[in-house]
Ligand binder design. Structure first.
Ligand code: NAP
Length: 487
């Protein structure tokens, strides 16, 4: 590792390595990707729970510049996606550009030198013209502060910290949480556990998934036929774009999918009393719409029960609910999601005149086009505020960001300038985006990781992907001011 780079990228998840690949393809080679784990893959390295998979179709969940042609099924599972990330590093020649096992703790803009000073946990530091944070939205596990949690005598862990040698045979197991992660591991562990109790605070809308392996003939066609994969990817993308309308509250499309989810529930759960407890009372799309064919059948097993009373406290023997019942447990799995609001997590970022990103974002993270923040020159984000999706592949958003940031980097490096987005541009952009959130399903009446406590949607993009692509296609230098000398 050198001490001076043109670009430093935080994170070797698909965002960080994808940007590295695009920078290389544009002739920008002097960059370092700093990753705290010992390999690439981000979320696909962290989430090894049984059943972990992506619920975006595999052909959409890969980059157009490095197609996942050999992927074996419609919805790829975690091991295959981790291999895709690892192979991306090999195929794109990124290995010499990545420092694994190094954690960035702070980044500070040096206004005299027009450089970022980036401090690592081991005490070293590196300097860079440009700093890109690709820190992900879903990687800091969140475990609720429930009284007595630390007194539990059995084993407890978060779904994204699954123990590799876990043995659940004959154990009494609790899953707190029943959303995207939990509905994948619950069917996978139910046959093994002695008894599994699912603690549900709110039910979710669940639609059929229809996963299947590709046939040998399909695989051969995708791998060998020059356009077959691209055509399928393009068709899936176009279809997914049409589903954006489901994300508008009260739309006909939302009503149709809600009916599909109700039919799915009726088809899979025979007991009307259980069904009633599984029916959401909030509009479709307000929380992420889940896809599963095996979650409801798992709940109907004899060794699985659903508890909908609120959790009151944890005691050494297990979980006590608000009705005073003690549910004795050997294992508690916290499928309770991630800290999704602060974005920068524990990393301290200080821009012009020492401004802190934490202070800048105290009322909710915001960024120009999800990528640039006023007061933070030559600083860009991948998967930043308001760039998550509810209807299409988030990797299509990443690719738009890679191209925009690569153009910005070319200007900075070729013209020897620092660029800082204007506050007016950022605020106008943010106001327009938030206005578009009115009437979106995410702004509806439910709690979700898309919104902060004040009800502001901070994670999701407000429109179809094609709108974001159009908005970000050209690096709009006029929205930025130039810093050429020490201020
Ligand atoms: P999540 O969507 O935030 O769900 C957290 C779950 O924990 C919810 O059921 C929530 O209930 C419950 N919970 C939280 N605090 C609680 C408390 N104090 N008491 C009781 N229950 C509590 O987290 P996630 O399931 O890990 O998923 C996060 C995101 O990761 C997904 O939305 C998705 O974007 C991504 N993901 C995707 C996939 C995939 O592609 N298939 C798989 C896994 C994750 P409430 O609903 O009542 O808040």
């Amino acid at each position: 590792m050198n001490t001076e780079y043109q670009v430093v990228i935080l994170g070797a998840g698909l965002g960080g390595i994808g940007l590295g690949a695009v920078l290389r393809s544009q002739g920008i080679d002097d960059f370092l990707i700093v990753e705290k784990e010992d390999g690439p893959g981000g979320t696909w390295r962290d989430n090894i729970y049984p059943g972990a998979a992506c619920d975006t179709e595999s052909h959409l969940y890969c980059f157009s510049f490095d197609l996942h042609k050999e992927v074996s099924r419609l919805y790829a599972r975690q091991p295959e996606l981790l291999r895709y990330a690892e192979r991306l590093v090999e195929r794109q020649g990124l290995a010499p550009h990545i420092a694994y096992g190094r954690e960035i703790v702070s980044a500070r803009w040096d206004a005299d030198a027009l450089r970022w000073t980036i401090a690592l946990a081991d005490g070293q530091s590196v300097r860079a013209r440009i700093f890109v944070a690709a820190w992900g939205q879903l990687n800091r596990p969140q475990i609720p502060e429930i009284a007595g949690r630390e007194t539990f005598a059995g084993q407890q862990f978060h779904s994204a910290r699954w123990p590799r040698d876990l043995d659940l045979a004959d154990k009494r197991v609790a899953s707190v949480g029943n959303a995207a992660s939990a509905i994948q591991y619950i069917p996978a562990i139910a046959p093994e556990a002695g008894h599994l109790t699912v603690f549900q605070r709110s039910p979710n809308w669940i639609v059929p998934r229809g996963d299947r392996p590709y046939t040998p003939e399909e695989l051969a066609r995708f791998i060998e036929h020059p356009t077959a994969f691209d055509e399928n990817k393009a068709e899936l993308f176009a279809w997914r774009e049409t589903t954006f309308l489901r994300m508008r509250e009260g739309s006909e499309e939302a009503r149709e999918v809600e009916q599909q989810a109700r039919d799915h529930l009726v088809a899979q759960v025979g007991d009307p009393a259980l069904r009633a407890r599984l029916l959401p009372d909030f509009p479709l799309g307000c929380k992420r719409v889940l896809r599963s064919d095996d979650y409801y059948p798992a709940l109907c097993r004899d060794n699985v029960s659903l508890v909908t009373e609120a959790i009151d406290r944890i005691v050494p023997e297990g979980i006590v609910t608000s009705d005073g019942v003690l549910h004795e447990m050997d294992v508690i799995i916290w499928g309770t999601g991630f800290e999704t609001q602060s974005f920068q997590g524990p990393v301290d970022v200080h821009g012009s005149a020492g401004a802190s990103l934490r202070d800048e974002w105290q009322d909710g993270a915001r960024a120009y086009k999800g990528m640039a923040v006023a007061g933070f020159p030559n600083f860009f984000l991948i998967y930043g505020p308001n760039t998550n999706l509810g209807h299409n592949s988030v990797l299509s958003m990443f690719e738009a960001q890679f191209a925009y940031i690569a153009q910005a980097a070319a200007v900075v490096l070729e013209q020897d300038v620092a660029l800082e987005v204007g506050r007016d541009s950022m605020e106008r952009y943010d106001a327009a985006l938030q206005a578009e959130m009115d009437g979106s399903a995410w702004a509806g009446n439910c709690t979700s990781w898309y919104k902060n406590a004040a009800g502001r949607v901070v994670n999701n993009w407000s429109g179809p992907v094609q709108d974001y692509q159009a908005l970000t296609r050209r690096f709009d230098r006029e929205a930025y001011r130039e810093l050429t000398e020490a201020r």
